[in-house]
Design a binder for this molecule. Structure first.
Ligand code: AMP
Length: 285
């Protein structure tokens, strides 16, 4: 597995792989964008990419532009060596690990703003977050020119923002969304789970409990969004130390609230457990 640090190297790798493996016919470079601190959720994305693409690049870049001034950019977990080992074991052919200067050259002034969508859900409580995400993913897509890019449903609002961006800017990349990978007790895997004390980790299970509760109500036929949200709030009431950021049922494409949880609607929660902000969701079946 190769490790490269510059956009030029990534692009020439991608172009070379495409021509070698497909005789110039197209379609087989996959990109898995990450911020490192890789866990089984990332591993599943890389595995899915490797199963469907003949060449897979994993990017590892803790993107300063998507962190607010008081967020955890400086202390975000970094484990480059272990990440490379995991990426290689799951079938990656290349790791792209650029410096901040490589992604944001001196004087960088160009940003991608997906209007309105970027202010909803996580965007409402993290101003500027999705602008940073859209900007870095656009740069990665331009650099890697992948046929497919793989993202987790775990960050469902991010998926909506990126789908909009890819459609609007006519990127020649198809977005593939992979299921949420969870610990056996239900907690959605996240690099930020490493911040949790054992007591906080127990509290953090409230999010997946609320998700499961809503799934079971939907399975019983309940479709009224306000009823589903109210019962999710009751699950949180049992964990007074967990502070709800939002509980919402939205159209997954627009992130606007819906009154009825129709199939394809997104039930999403975000909550603070101590100083750690966690998210979870489910798509209505
Ligand atoms: P991150 O490194 O947190 O930026 O995540 C990189 C990619 O991995 C994003 O597309 C995430 O949605 C995805 N991801 C993170 N956690 C999980 C998980 N538990 N299950 C599936 N995908 C995940």
């Amino acid at each position: 597995m190769e490790i490269v640090r510059t956009v030029i190297e990534l692009r020439s790798w991608s172009r070379e792989r495409r021509s070698i493996y497909n005789g110039g016919q197209g379609a087989a470079v996959g990109l898995v964008p990450t911020m490192g601190a890789l866990h089984a959720g990332h591993a599943a994305l890389i595995r899915t990419a490797a199963a469907s693409c003949s060449a897979v690049a994993v990017s590892i870049f803790v993107n300063p532009a998507q962190f607010g001034p008081h967020e955890d950019y400086a202390r975000y977990p970094r484990s480059f060596e272990a990440d490379c080992a995991l990426a290689e074991a799951e079938g990656a052919d290349l790791v792209f690990a650029p410096s901040v200067e490589e992604m944001y050259p001196d004087g960088a002034a160009t940003f991608v703003d997906v209007a309105e969508l970027s202010e909803r859900l996580d965007g409402a409580s993290r101003p500027g977050h999705f602008r940073g995400v859209a900007t870095v993913v656009a740069k990665l897509l331009i650099a890697a020119e992948p046929d497919f890019a793989f993202f987790g449903q775990k960050d469902a609002a991010q998926v909506a923002v990126l789908r909009r961006m890819v459609a609007d800017l006519r990127f020649a990349t198809e977005i593939i969304v992979c299921n949420i990978v969870r610990d056996p007790d239900g907690l959605a895997l996240s690099s930020r789970n490493s911040y949790l004390s054992p007591a906080e980790r127990a509290q953090a299970l409230t999010l997946s409990r609320a998700v499961r509760h809503v799934e079971s109500l939907v399975a019983q036929g309940e479709r009224r969004a306000r009823v589903l949200i109210a019962s999710a709030r009751e699950v949180f009431a049992a964990a007074p130390d967990v502070r709800i950021d939002y509980i919402a049922i939205v159209n997954w494409a627009t992130l606007e609230p819906v009154e009825t949880a129709v199939p394809g609607a997104l039930f999403a929660v975000a909550a603070w457990v101590g100083k750690t902000r966690l998210i979870d969701n489910t798509v209505v079946q």
